[in-house]
Design a protein around this ligand. Structure first.
Ligand code: ADP
Length: 215
């Protein structure tokens, strides 16, 4: 692990793909095995709802319908969470943004988020899984306690996939212009997918000075 080389700038990448493509699972693997810290905007919203925060409760229905919640709310949650991470003693080797950004406005705003929080943005990993496969996955998945997520209902799944194509997918081109984008085949076992992601992360995570030395 090479975190000390970055002083206080966290190398940060975003994991994107349609709902059910495996972003959460891969982020968990990257956290456990590569020392990244997983930040899921979906999880941040669900926790805020569980804590019954007033603003979050207002957006509970939007989430249930598979719609995006307002950008300003997402940014408040993210900034608060990043502040908390900095205050902790144990510092991560890098950050994975799972499920963020999801539209052009968030992608624009992410530049400020990166600057204000002293992050070093590496690029986007896009996990590709065909719609019919993610649809089946989400209909059939349950959490560790055997519970289905409230937004994993047929109509909501269709809406989430529709929104992904309309608002999130176009970000790939946006990112290609300025950053690195890697497309990963998301079919197969979670281990298979992780084995495809790891070399990309290792390549991006090494600072250019180190690459030059080891070349
Ligand atoms: P999935 O990727 O399977 O949709 P998430 O947990 O990432 O699962 O997101 C669940 C829901 O949370 C989304 O459908 C949306 O309502 C809300 N959400 C998560 N991230 C964002 C975001 N960056 N912007 C707006 N809404 C979000």
């Amino acid at each position: 692990m090479v975190s000390h080389l970055y002083t206080d700038k966290y190398p940060t990448l975003t994991l994107m793909g349609s709902p059910g493509c495996g972003k959460g699972t891969q982020s968990k693997y990257m956290q456990e095995r590569l020392g990244f810290l997983h930040i899921s905007t979906g999880d941040l919203i669900r926790s805020a709802i569980e804590r019954e925060e007033k603003e979050a409760l207002e957006f509970k229905d939007l989430m249930k319908e598979g719609k995006l919640v307002p950008d300003a709310f997402i940014h408040r949650l993210l900034n608060k969470h990043l502040d908390k991470i900095r205050q902790k003693d144990a510092q991560p080797h890098g950050l994975i943004l799972d499920g963020y950004p999801r539209n052009t406005q968030q992608a624009q705003q992410m530049k400020h988020l990166v600057d204000e929080n002293n992050l070093s943005f590496l690029g986007m990993i896009y996990i590709y899984v065909p719609d019919d496969v993610v649809f089946e996955r989400m209909l059939n998945r349950t959490d560790d306690n055997g519970n289905q997520r409230s937004d994993d209902q047929e109509q909501t799944i269709r809406e989430r996939i529709r929104i992904f194509h309309e608002k999130t997918f176009p970000l790939i081109d946006f990112y290609r212009k300025e950053y690195q984008v890697a497309q990963i085949d998301g079919l197969g076992s979670p281990e298979d997918v992780f084995n495809r992601i790891t070399p990309v992360v290792q390549e991006w995570h090494i600072p250019s000075t180190q690459k030059a030395e080891s070349a």
